[in-house]
Design a binder for this molecule. Structure first.
Ligand code: G4P
Length: 192
């Protein structure tokens, strides 16, 4: 088990509907030291890829994305689910449907932060059905930027997200891959 899998075993809990609660260190209270290590792991994996921007979506993607940006020495952009009053620039927008929350959000970023010369690393906290990562990659496409990789903190491998993203041609790297949450037990994939 790696450092993250150990932490999930120690502090995660399984809720109804195949949901893993990790609010002790990732989705509500944030363990900054753990995020730093996560950022270093993503940076090590994508170091050679000439990444120029890290992109994520609010809220829980921000912490791992910021530490990844710190390790790579590049800016971090988070897509917003609601338009900010200060967003006066031209916006890149796309719709993201959440199967988990059963809501569609219009996510946006200002077009001034992404250009056709950008090599983007997409970071997110969870990969379930892949809609958030796909939406972020659409925003990059609209800007003419290249998505060079997708880094996920916790992948629910029993859901369809990885397959969808790989079929679309993306390089997906997950730090913890969960094979099953059945019977309130977290089972990890042994093969990565
Ligand atoms: P997808 O993006 O891979 O398609 O996933 P899905 O729509 O099913 O999930 C939407 C939201 O639910 C995401 O948060 C995702 O992080 C979260 N999520 C999915 N599965 C789990 C889980 O097992 N545990 C936890 N804690 N979260 C899960 P979001 O809408 O982007 O919101 P936010 O919480 O980051 O603000």
């Amino acid at each position: 088990m790696n450092f993250l899998e150990k932490r999930i075993q120690q502090e995660g809990s399984v809720l109804d509907g195949n949901v893993l609660k990790v609010d002790q260190f990732l989705t509500h209270q944030v363990d900054a030291q753990l995020m730093q290590k996560i950022g270093e792991e993503f940076a090590a994996k994508f170091q050679a890829k000439n990444i120029t921007k890290v992109i994520t979506i609010e809220a829980s993607g921000i912490a791992p994305a910021v530490f990844t940006g710190l390790s790579l020495g590049v800016p971090v952009i988070f897509a917003r689910k609601q338009k900010s009053v200060t967003m006066e620039d031209e916006l890149l927008c796309t719709e993201v449907y959440s199967y988990t929350k059963k809501v569609t959000s219009t996510v946006s970023i200002s077009s001034k932060f992404l250009t056709p010369t950008d090599n983007v690393l997409v970071i997110d906290d969870f990969l379930a059905n892949g809609q958030a990562a796909l939406g972020l990659s659409e925003l990059c496409q609209k800007a003419g930027a290249t998505v060079t990789g997708i880094g996920i903190v916790i992948e629910k491998s029993f859901q369809s997200g990885r397959e969808l993203l790989e079929k679309a041609g993306f390089d997906v790297y997950s730090l913890a891959r969960i094979a099953s949450l059945e019977n309130q037990q977290v089972q990890f994939l042994t093969e990565k």
